[in-house]
Design a protein. Structure first.
Length: 549
């Protein structure tokens, strides 16, 4: 889109209260929810307060980008949701203070001008600002809560609690302003209304179409405040989609719902990064936007990637929770999914997401067992969090997506250079200290299942894991006088050695008990005993978590 293609743009400098009073505003469904927390709301208030206290109060809140297509009664907020919502909550706090002080007439005027209006078509009272589907119930509840006790509404809220948190904070500040003004409290509150209406200024940029609005938004913010990667991606793809904007919006909204991340941009950004990596190779977050922008330059390419974002989102959601439909419809794979979640690694997600979309359930099970084994080897030997491993998994994902790799055995050939060998794994396991309780417990429960002849010993579903307790024969807070076989300054090191740890099923509480009939109580506990036991465990570990699928 060139500058000559743009429709006329309406640019005004006006008070933010004036924006709320003179327009019906709405946040589009695909926008993230209200996300300001205590720090942002505090900064907003104290910046306004500092300006309000000067001889000639004036404050600039930046640019707000709006679009109003056709004859719609509402303007859509492309940029400015957080500032407009917080300002609306500040007006609500002023209204509530008037109510608490017995001045219901002024309270009604504030509510009428900045909060609620009458919809001529429906005849119903509606909010002047409409938030997205997740936030609107909370916002309406805040507006209609008893001004005498907003905290009661906060306790019963089921939606976005940040809205009530912001309102409660602003109410505290407004009440303080009124108290400090003494008998002049009404004049002070009225001055605040005027300040917001006229002197807290914004530049409103209103264009005819959303695609043009996103183009302007990206240009304005390229030199301004820092945007999240999700913001940048959405604005770029939406702007590029042109007449297919509605289709792109639907893709985006469906993906957000699948990931349940409307208020968590970090999850969504990580998802898009892993999806892009599975299609194009490993990409770091700071490179994501620039790489997508360089590769996707046409409307058709934007639409295609939007469809990929929607299609892959349920698969990625399954990598975040084993309770997702993808796994509940595949109960034989669910224990492996729970195990992978317990190991807590992200590097394998692009590969797994690609395989979930292309492998048969049987072949996917082979791969998941292998990924569990490779993950354990990486955790024990170290280095699995490095860039080399991430790149290898991403390249394997690309090979799966392109159809060049169609089995777990073929995936191993792609990863052979980053999967630790048997000897390096055995040596590392024989001396490893594990500080993470979840990992230590998993390793020992899996080894116990191996001894018991389990058909799927590598998989430790939540139901099985919850039956076991983790113990250390040498306790973490051991008294040196009671453990004279150990050097006093080395006690903590030995306490975290895998050879010192074991699991018992519930009902077995004695630290002398151990799985698979192992009688630790017959051994004199010492560094030699721990080393001997851990070497025995290391031999079993090589069999339990093999290098080859």
């Amino acid at each position: 889109m060139t500058e000559r293609d743009l429709s006329p743009v309406d640019i005004k400098l006006e008070g933010i209260g004036h924006v709320l009073r003179d327009r019906r505003l709405e946040v589009p469904p695909y926008q993230r929810g209200y996300s300001w927390e205590a720090e942002e709301v505090g900064d907003f208030w104290w910046d306004l307060r500092a300006s309000f206290g000067t001889a000639k109060p004036q404050y600039f809140l930046g640019t707000i980008v709006l679009t109003q297509e056709g004859r719609s009664a509402k303007s859509t907020i492309i940029d400015g949701q957080q500032r407009l919502t917080t300002t609306s909550l500040l007006f609500l706090a002023l209204r509530n203070e008037f109510v608490r002080r017995g001045d219901s007439d002024r309270a009604k005027v504030i509510e009428r001008d900045y909060g609620v209006t009458l919809d001529l078509r429906s005849g119903e009272r509606v909010t002047r600002l409409t938030l997205n589907a997740d936030d609107q119930p909370s916002y309406q509840q805040a507006i209609h809560s008893n001004p005498e006790n907003v905290s009661t509404g906060r306790q019963s809220i089921e939606g976005n609690s940040r809205i009530f948190d912001a309102l409660l904070f602003l109410e505290e500040q407004v009440s303080s302003e009124a108290r400090n003004a003494g008998p002049h409290w009404a004049e002070t509150l009225f001055r605040w209304v005027e300040f917001l209406e006229q002197q807290v200024a914004v530049i409103t940029v209103t264009v005819a179409t959303e695609s043009e609005a996103f183009l302007i938004f990206e240009t304005l913010n390229a030199r301004g405040r820092e945007l999240t990667v999700a913001d940048l991606l959405k604005n770029y793809l939406f702007g590029l989609s042109g007449s297919a904007m509605q289709r792109m919006q639907q893709n985006w909204m469906t993906a957000l719902r699948a990931l349940e991340s409307s208020a968590n941009e970090e999850i969504f950004t990580t998802y898009v990064r892993h999806l892009w990596s599975s299609l194009n190779g490993a990409t770091r977050e700071r490179e994501l936007y620039s790489r997508i922008k360089a590769a996707i330059t046409s409307k058709s390419a934007a639409i295609r990637f939007g469809e990929q974002i929607e299609t892959a989102a349920p698969l990625y959601a399954a990598l975040l929770s084993a309770e997702q439909p993808y796994w509940t419809s595949r109960p034989k794979l669910q224990p492996l999914a729970e195990t992978l979640l317990r190991l807590g690694l992200e590097q394998n997600r692009p590969l797994l997401m690609a395989a979930m979309g292309r492998f048969s359930d049987e072949e996917l099970a082979h791969l998941m067992r292998a990924v569990v084994a490779w993950s354990v080897r990486g955790l024990i030997v170290g280095g699995i969090g490095g860039g080399t491993t991430e790149r290898a998994y991403a390249e394997a994902a690309v090979a799966v997506n392109e159809g060049r790799v169609a089995s777990a055995a073929a995936v191993f050939k792609e990863l052979v250079d980053v999967v630790p060998t048997d000897e390096s794994f055995r040596q590392a396991f024989a001396t490893r200290r594990i500080n993470r309780t979840t990992i230590a417990k998993y390793l020992l429960v899996a080894l116990a299942q191996l001894e018991r002849g389990s058909q799927e010993p590598r998989a430790v579903p939540d139901e099985v894991e919850s039956r076991f307790r983790l113990h250390g024969k040498l306790p973490r807070n051991a008294d040196p006088k009671d453990w004279q076989e150990f050097q006093p300054d080395e006690l903590s090191q030995w306490a975290f050695r895998l050879g010192n740890l074991f699991v018992t099923e519930h009902g077995g509480t004695s630290a002398e008990e151990a799985p698979a009939g192992e009688q630790l109580k017959t051994r004199k506990w010492s560094p030699i005993a721990i080393t001997t036991r851990q070497e025995e465990l290391a031999d079993k570990a090589v069999r339990l978590w093999p290098r080859r699928p």
